[in-house]
Write a protein that binds this ligand. Structure first.
Ligand code: IPD
Ligand code: CA
Ligand code: CA
Length: 260
């Protein structure tokens, strides 16, 4: 077994372990919840426990690898290998008792993402990809949607946490998009939204101001499933459209009308 195959198996096992921690805390009446930069941005005891679990497993199994995770940042270990971790993606859903949340682990070698694992424990859906080897959902190959018409598309998005103080908050884009598409969804976990787009369950996804831990694993899963990953702009962190080729331009025409 090569290095990447080994690391993938370990990453899956770590994701499942983190999923167990999430499930042990899901709908707990005593779950500790705090706010971060503003009232909308939450962190729970489960986020912290999952993050500590993943970091300790990575350090135990791969002492030379580094970890970058949402709540703790970069561990500053100098390494060719970096694990990029969102310990709970979809914390608002998790806190509310909605089953749509994940643990997301992207693994980079010399800056390039080579392994992606996104696990939704309540749904028991495991998305995986290895660079150049395709993407899977629960061990079965996945492919992006064959939809070619925006009017037949079910699309998904999300809103940045600074939505109250920043008018550049995806509402104008949403207002333009809603009348054009068959279905418009805001589901609440960018990593799972992108994986569902990879699997052709959703036809396309876009969001502004995501962070690398939200998308590192899911970008690889989406590109290995045949999606296009189009950077919408460079001034708002990870602002991205994920779509099958046939929907990219029709979506861009709505999202970025000034560039037509
Ligand atoms: C959030 C979710 C949400 C997206 C936000 C993210 P978190 O991640 O992915 O769907 O709209 O932009 O920050 O805070 O639950 O890890
Ligand atoms: Ca996240
Ligand atoms: Ca998170």
């Amino acid at each position: 077994m090569n290095d990447k195959a080994h690391i993938l198996l370990d990453a899956i096992s770590i994701a499942r372990g983190a999923g167990q921690i999430q499930m042990a805390n899901f709908r707990s009446a005593t779950l500790k919840v705090e706010t971060k930069d503003n009232e909308y941005d939450l962190v729970t005891a489960a986020d912290k426990a999952c993050e500590a679990f993943v970091a300790s497993k990575v350090h135990e199994l791969y002492p030379t690898h580094s970890v970058l995770s949402e709540e703790s940042g970069d561990d500053d270990v100098k390494s060719d290998w970096q694990w990029v971790v969102d310990p709970v993606d979809g914390t608002t859903n998790f806190k509310s008792g909605l089953p749509y949340f994940t643990i997301s682990i992207g693994i980079r070698y010399r800056g390039e993402t080579v392994i992606g694992v996104v696990y939704a424990p309540r749904l028991d859906e495991l998305f995986t990809a290895v660079k150049g080897e395709g993407a899977m959902l629960n061990g079965e190959p996945i492919k992006c949607s064959a939809c070619t018409s925006i009017s037949q598309a079910v699309v998904c998005t999300g809103f940045p946490y600074d939505k109250a103080e920043n008018a550049d908050n995806n509402i104008a884009e949403s207002v333009r998009m809603i009348p054009k598409v068959r279905g418009y969804r805001r589901l609440g976990s960018a990593s799972l939204d992108i994986c569902y787009t990879a699997a052709g369950i959703l036809d396309a996804f876009w969001e502004l101001n995501l962070h690398i831990w939200d998308v590192c694993a899911a970008y690889l899963i989406a590109s290995e499933a045949g999606c296009e990953i189009h950077r919408l702009r460079t001034d708002r962190a990870e602002s991205v459209l994920i779509s099958p080729k046939a929907l990219t331009q029709p979506m861009l025409d709505v999202l970025l009308p000034s560039t037509i």
